[in-house]
Design a protein around this ligand. Structure first.
Ligand code: BTN
Length: 272
């Protein structure tokens, strides 16, 4: 198995077309988690737009306390600090914004027909089965005495990971760009495109509020309109139809008993 060419700050900078996102860039060989690494930088005063990217993670974090498989040199593990001082947008839209950015990036770079499963699993369908290509973990942090809130948006994209590197239990539910396209994908180009998408969407969110993100998300979300089962955090499950988004990005679900529920955390399963 050959790793992709190593990520270097010079090559990444040469591809970046952003203003703030990635202006401060930290490229690491190995970290526990890029989110954790960036949270420490943020608490020490790192600027809005600071980006951490790593070749490998020893304790990559997934949603709902799960691990994120992070072998060396094959994938993208990136965290972005979104912390504009003025007009700080509703943090609850950041996970959905990041999902739109990842979908646009993968479509632009590979033309694969990817979709989001609420809130932010990025999936591609093959042989009638959805497989996960990318995941997003957004973590809020308080900074300074004013309690200023910032978000660390952590994004993992399975890029050049062959099937034999996935743990057995993920081999039918997860995939990579290599597996889906049949060829290796240049990680620096993917990263530069991703940071450009995040910057455009975040600027729009700060200037115009969440309507644009909500619309973009609705068009890319395969969950809305579907029958779903939601496995709730802390146990329990509910089945119904995913009807839309609430004003903070929560999933509005009409349960089979006819109740409208707003889901803010949980695992969605698309039912056929
Ligand atoms: C999920 O469970 O779907 C979210 C996975 C998020 C993984 C990324 S990899 C970069 C960043 N650092 C982490 O520790 N997690 C996120």
């Amino acid at each position: 198995m050959t790793a992709s060419p190593a990520l270097s700050s010079d090559t990444i900078r040469a591809h970046l077309r952003t203003r703030a996102i990635g202006a401060t860039l930290s490229v690491q060989d190995e970290v526990d988690s890029t989110n954790h690494f960036l949270e420490n930088l943020a608490r020490a005063g790192a600027a809005h737009g600071t980006v951490v990217v790593a070749e490998s993670q020893t304790a990559g974090r997934g949603r709902l306390g799960r691990p994120w498989v992070s072998p060396r040199g094959l994938n993208l593990y990136v965290s972005i600090l979104l912390a504009q001082a003025q007009a700080s947008p509703a943090i609850t839209w950041i996970p959905l914004l990041a999902a739109v950015a990842v979908v646009e990036t993968i479509k632009n770079v590979t033309s694969l027909p990817v979709q989001v499963k609420w809130p932010n699993d990025v999936l591609v369908s093959r042989n009638g089965r959805d497989r996960k290509l990318a995941g997003i973990l957004v973590e809020a942090i308080g900074r300074g005495e004013a309690g200023e809130r910032a978000a660390v948006a952590g994004i993992g994209i399975n890029v050049n990971m062959p099937i034999e590197v996935f743990p057995h239990e993920l081999r039918t539910s997860a995939t990579s760009l290599l597996i889906e396209t049949g060829h290796p994908v240049e990680r620096v180009c993917l990263l530069a495109t991703l940071l450009g998408e995040v910057e455009g969407l975040y600027d729009d969110l700060c200037e115009h509020g969440p309507d644009g993100i909500a619309n973009a998300y609705r068009h890319r979300c395969g969950t809305l309109g579907k029958r779903v089962r939601v496995e709730l955090v802390g146990g329990g499950r509910v089945e119904g139809t995913a009807e839309g988004l609430a004003s903070d990005g929560a999933l509005r679900l009409r349960s089979d008993e006819g109740k409208i529920l707003e889901i803010r955390a949980g695992d969605v399963v698309h039912l056929r």
